[in-house]
Design a protein around this ligand. Sequence first.
Ligand SMILES: Cc1ncc(COP(=O)(O)O)c(C=O)c1O
Length: 429
Amino acid sequence: MANTLRITLDDCQALDQADPLRALREQFALPQGMVYLDGNSLGALPKAAKARVQHALVEQWGQGLIGSWNKAGWAQLPHSVGDKIARLLGARPGEVVVADNTSVNLYKVLSVAMQMAVAENPTRRVVLSERLSFPTDLYIMESLCRQHKLELQLLDAPEIIAQLSDEVAVLALTHVNYRSGEMYDMASVGKAAHAVGVLTVWDLAHSIGAVALDLHRGEADFAVGCGYKYLNGGPGAPAFVWAHPRHTDRFWQPLAGWWGHAEPFAFKPDYQPASGITRFQSGTPPVLSLIALDCGLDSVLVAEPLGGMAALRTKSLALSSLFIDLFDQRLVEHGFGLATPRDSSRRGSQVSLTRAEGGYAIVQALIERGVVGDFRAAGQKGEDEILRFGFAPLYVGFTDIWHAVDQLCEVMQSGQWKASRFAQRQLVT
Ligand SMILES: Cc1ncc(COP(=O)(O)O)c(C=O)c1O
């Protein structure tokens, strides 16, 4: 139901005043005057990261050199940072490791899940997923299905549960869809999948740090996710891997490398996988990026005394609900549609607007006015274009939402978005 009372800037300022999390924004080095609504793509820079990375560069690398692998604890970073991530996943210490990127980690866990499922029941020949999953997930699934001679079945989200059967080996889903911001109920999907013996693999790229997660309660088998969105780990931050502890020691992951070996510094010629999640590492960890990610995680975990992920989620939903109310009041008339569910239990931390055309130019015109969102082109089945607005509850305020909508209205009313300079597409949209 649309909110019928006209929302004002004063209302939004009052919401900011009453926000118990508002001081957390001070942790970030955000540009003055910018409304940053793209933390679902690249999170903001925590001020602490500058000093920590500089220390690691100048002291640990510059002075400590090779000795820093031991003295500065570099070798433990994939686990110590993984333990911080575990706190956001409802996982236990030692269950998460940080390595590589989401695509590579997806390759590892999907490969293991496929091997496990087929070893148990060779008649399971299908990998099931959603048609509008993030493309890298689809490419990795396609590649692995070719290798393992399995069939990839891609469906629309509402059709998936009904297709679970004893022919399905693995169900691989993105928890929060990158286009629509729609979120699956992990617990009910996990239960339905396990009822027919299907293993679940979750991509948590748009969930970690944005919604409260509980992988054990959700009956998840494997999960991966990235560090550069709501975890504020910086551009290209490494990703994480979680596997249910009952699965970790059963199969080799396909990228068996020396950092996943039981004794990497024994330099043995044959591969002996480490036990537990450690075996999901492959090569040398990216130390400087791990240190930046560690700072990003601290910027999220600092909210624990204030209610942690539950409190962040409450604020995130209040922000997205406000955006949707303002959409009803001010944006519908400009030809936008809403791709994101109104039901708050079914949305992540972004709201996506649809538009038949002009979406890219509109986002560019908005960015010129200091409001940063992003754009995703129409899908291959003739879907609308998507304008995405992400609400990182650590640093986005209610007044930001008001200004974003206000500026979007001005962009549309003035027709400014039609200027030719906004039509020239850059590589990253
Ligand atoms: C859902 C999802 N999965 C995977 C990726 C890509 O991960 P990476 O480039 O770190 O491999 C993204 C990137 O935005 C994403 O949104």
